[in-house]
Design a protein around this ligand. Sequence first.
Ligand SMILES: Nc1nc2c(c(=O)[nH]1)N[C@H]1C(S)=C(S)[C@@H](COP(=O)(O)OP(=O)(O)OC[C@H]3O[C@@H](n4cnc5c(N)ncnc54)[C@H](O)[C@@H]3O)O[C@H]1N2
Ligand code: MOO
Length: 394
Amino acid sequence: MLSFDEAIVLLAENIRPLGAETVALEQSAGRFLAEDLRARSDAPRTDVAIMDGYAVLRAAAAADDSLSVIGEARPGAPYKGRLEAGEAVRIFTGAAIPDGADCVIMQEHAVRDGKKVTFASGHGPARHIRKAASDFRAGEVLLTSGTRLNPSVLVTGSAADRARVMVARRPRVAIIATGDELTPPGEASLTDSGIPDSVSYAIAALCEQSGAEVVSRLRCGDNLSDLAKYADEAVTEADCIIVTGGASVGDHDLARPMFSETGLNLVFSKLAIKPGRPVWFGLSGSKPVLGLPGNPTSAMVTARLFLRPLLSALQGGEIAHELEFVRLNLASPLPETGNRETFVRAFWSPAGLMPIGNQQSGAQAPLATANWLIRRPAGSAAVAPETSVDALPF
Ligand SMILES: Nc1nc2c(c(=O)[nH]1)N[C@H]1C(S)=C(S)[C@@H](COP(=O)(O)OP(=O)(O)OC[C@H]3O[C@@H](n4cnc5c(N)ncnc54)[C@H](O)[C@@H]3O)O[C@H]1N2
Ligand code: MOO
C-alpha cells in the first residue's frame, strides 16, 4: 500500500490549474491570485503623522515656547506651504508631514490658545512619523500568484491599488454520495433503517470554503446503472468529482465501477493510513475524481488531507501550504500505532493537544469537537504527555 506522502506526490503530479479570469476586486474574496500583484505607489506615499497633534520642527519647539499655528494638514489634504521655526501645523493621523517639520507632538501635550500653541514638557522623544515607503515601495511584488485572497490578504491586495485582479477560475465540483441507506437529514427516522447522509453536506461546505463551486450534490443508492448515469453527468458538467462511500471491497461498493463506461484512470487506491485506507483518486479524461470512504470520520480526515490540497492545486495554490504540520505538545498520552500511518483526531486545550476519546472511523459526534489531526508514523511507540507531535488544523 502507498504511504500518505507518496499519494500526495501522485496527486500533485496529476492536477493542473484550471485557468484564470479577471474579476473586480470586490469579487475576489476567497479566490486564488493568478498573477503577481505589484504596488502602484509607495505606502505611505509621503512621511505621515501617526498621531493627532501638531507638526513642528522639534529643535524649535521647547517646552513653553509659543508657536504660531499656520494651517492644517488632514489625510488627503496636505498643508502646502513650508513650516519654519516657531511655527506649528495642526495635523491629523495619516496626514502628510509638512515640509520643514520633523516631529508631531500629540494634542494631549498641547495647550491651544487661538492661533498660538504651547507644549508642556514630558511629551517624550517619539516623533510620531511613519516614513514614506516604510510599508512597501512602488513596483514591489506584494502578493504572488497562488496566494489566496483571505480577508487580511485582501488588505494588502487592495493597497496595491488595483480595481481588477486576475484570479484562478473556481473549480466546479459535483458530489455523489452513494449508499442505499442514506436519506436526506430529517427523513431517516421516518424509515425502518435509513441513516441521515451526514457526509455530503460537510463535503459541500468544505468545497465552498476551499474556493470551489458545488454544481451538483446527489445521493444515489447502490445501483450501478443509476450511478453510471450520474458519473457520466458529473464528468460532463463539473471540473472535479467527489464520490463518497462505496470505496471499499464489498459487493455494494460501486464508487469506482460507476466510472467504467465514462472512463477512469486510477492513480491510487488504498493507502497505508488510518482512518481512510479506502480513499482513491483517478482521472476521468483530465478531470480529477476523488473517492472518499463513507465512514464519516474517515471521509472528513481524507477530505482534509486530499480534497483541500486538490482544490487548492486546481486554483494554482501550493499543496504544501495546505499540509503545513506544526509541532505541538500533547496534553495526554497516546497509545502505539499499528502498521498504518495514523491521523489522530484531537482538540486544542490550554494544556496542549487532547486526543478525542472515540477514534472510530464511523464516529460522527466527535467531529463537532476535533479541530486538529495528529500525524503519527506507522509503528510509533506509545508517547507520554508533553511530547511534541506533528499536528494539522482539522
Ligand atoms: N472487507 C473489508 N471491509 C472493509 C474494508 C476492507 O478493507 N475490507 N475497509 C473498511 C474501511 S477501513 C472503511 S473506512 C470502510 C469504508 O468503506 P466504504 O467507503 O465502502 O463505505 P460504505 O460501505 O459506503 O459506508 C461505510 C459506513 O459509512 C456510512 N456512510 C456512508 N456514506 C455516508 C454518508 N454520506 N453519511 C453518513 N454515513 C455514511 C455507511 O452507512 C456505513 O456505515 O469500509 C470498511 N470495510
Ligand atoms: O481506514 Mo477506515 O477509514 O479506518 O475505517
